[in-house]
Write a protein that binds this ligand. Structure first.
Ligand SMILES: [Zn+2]
Length: 240
């Protein structure tokens, strides 16, 4: 398989590409009121020496958090998160390839989903990633990167990739944000700043992505409620 060469070329191209809009943007943390900080240090995860824990997802999450932190391209300040932002890599990258790009470019995001649909985490979920080119967006949103299946002009994203990104978004809405995904809180990068990210293909399938995230959210919240013995089921006719 020629994947290695594709990967090397795409890493190089992604590093040299100046116009993706990913990165710190106008990030002046000095301007922020103290009340914007969630104030959780959450370092009591007990995951062993130097290994910052990933989210307790029900699928494997590759851990790149400490390696990304070593780049300095993350701000270790925690915020209340209110939305999820989807991106594309603008390249066909592995999890390691994404890290290689961010070692050079001043950018970061919380998660990446690769061509096979596998998830990796780079930034602690409440922290400020250098992701959307907008200070409020970087504070309030959790960013998920997705590998492309094809390059310009369509920048397609494979079904395994976007479906697993939508599923991860559903989990984040259920477990971190506490709201059901909707058009106002599940957004693409271009919601926040001038960029075409996550690309025309993802724009075309937005309704499917949102629906998949809502299904995942409903499943994760249902699973939670069945564990609560003190809730009585509401008769169906009263739900309307
Ligand atoms: Zn982006």
């Amino acid at each position: 398989m020629p994947e290695k060469n594709v990967e090397d070329e795409d890493v190089k191209a992604a590093i040299e590409r100046p116009d993706t809009g990913d990165g710190p943007g106008t990030d002046n943390l000095d301007d922020l009121p103290e009340s914007d900080f969630a104030g959780s240090s959450e370092d009591d995860t007990g995951a062993g020496p130097q290994a910052t824990a990933t989210i307790p997802y029900d699928c494997p999450v590759a851990n790149f958090i400490d390696q990304l932190s070593a780049t300095g391209h993350v701000t270790h300040t925690s915020y209340m998160k209110t939305s999820v932002t989807l991106h594309h890599n603008a390249a066909r990258l592995s999890h390691q390839g994404v890290l290689e790009v961010w070692k050079v470019r001043p950018a970061s995001a919380h998660f990446d989903v690769d061509a096979a649909g596998a998830v990796a985490q780079y930034v602690k979920v409440n922290e400020y990633a250098w992701a959307v080119g907008n200070t409020v967006g970087n504070q309030r949103s959790i960013s998920i990167e997705m590998a492309n299946a094809t390059l310009a002009p369509n920048w397609t994203v494979g079904e395994a990739t976007w479906k697993n990104a939508a599923r991860l978004a559903g989990w984040l809405f259920a477990k971190v944000i506490g709201q059901r995904p909707s058009r106002s809180n599940l957004v693409y990068h271009h919601h926040w700043s001038s960029t075409v990210c996550a690309g025309p293909f993802m724009d075309r399938i937005y309704d499917q992505v949102l629906a998949a995230a809502q299904v995942a959210y409903d499943n994760f919240t249902d699973a939670q409620s069945t564990l609560r013995p003190d809730t009585e089921p509401v008769p169906a006719e009263r739900r309307r």
